[in-house]
Write a protein that binds this ligand. Structure first.
Ligand code: 13P
Length: 247
């Protein structure tokens, strides 16, 4: 079955680095049946799009403004991302929540902005170490989903991908077991069933992210209820990310 393999470059790579990355990466994934998406920084998006035109690899942005347009210095609107060729946008990454203090109401607005222009949204959710240790992760995940998908119509869920990224697993070389991520995938689907329908619960795409590398990619990708991977550090090396993308 087709898997969704996404590479979040975070704040890495100059224009030149992006060029050389894409030139190395594309030939390595040209036969992949998976949906592969790279998420470079805003300033490299347009250039990356030009380099990707002859390939099936898609482009995504790492963030989007919660406002539509106008006097918001330093912000980037959803329509701008769409206009330079992005297909996806990451919303609610834990680094944005933690370092830039993004809360659920703003994340909800960002999702609505992105969907409004036809972007697909990768909504990142996950529990803290404290919530995991104290068995509060189910509650935490359900609350994020309820607050951040507020106001979405069922037919919009086809443009939402949920990325389960436990905060304690990002950039740490620690990760939950495949059994633990299967449990969370089920928590996510049950919440979608409760809020929407059984059909949506079955069809929604759920990814796992957090300390994925090419050694563990296959096992995590094939876990029950998991449709793919959101990769950070390991996506910065084109050979390593190609191995993951070809699972
Ligand atoms: P790492 O793969 O570096 O742990 O990062 C995961 C992540 O944050 C992807 O969005």
């Amino acid at each position: 079955m087709k898997k969704y393999i996404f590479g979040n470059f975070k704040m890495n790579m100059s224009l030149k680095d992006t060029e050389s990355y894409i030139e190395k990466f594309l030939p390595l994934v040209e036969n992949s049946k998976n949906e592969i998406v790279i998420f470079p920084s805003f300033v490299n998006l347009m250039f990356a799009k030009q380099k990707l035109t002859a390939s099936k690899v898609l482009l995504g942005a790492q963030n989007v403004s919660s406002e539509t347009f106008g006097a918001y210095t330093g912000e980037t609107g959803a329509f701008m991302l769409k206009s330079v060729g992005a297909s996806y946008v990451i919303v609610g990454h834990s680094e944005r929540r933690k370092l830039f203090l993004e809360k659920s109401d703003v994340i909800n607005k960002k999702i609505l902005e992105a969907l409004g222009v036809g972007l697909k949204v990768v909504l990142c959710i996950g529990e803290t170490k404290y919530e995991r240790t104290n068995k509060k992760y189910k509650q935490a995940i359900e609350k994020l989903l309820a607050d951040e998908l507020k106001g979405l119509y069922e037919n919009e869920l086809k443009n939402i991908i949920i990325a389960y990224e436990p905060l304690w697993a990002i950039g740490t070389d620690k990760r939950p077991s495949t059994k633990e991520i299967e449990e969370v995938a089920l928590i996510i689907r049950n919440k979608i069933k409760q809020e929407y329908s059984e059909n949506s619960a079955k069809n929604i795409k759920v990814l796992y992210g957090g300390s994925i590398n090419s050694q563990v990619a296959k096992a995590y990708c094939m876990a029950e209820g998991i449709n793919g991977l959101l990769v950070g550090g390991a996506s910065l090396n084109p050979q390593e990310f190609a191995k993951i993308a070809n699972v």
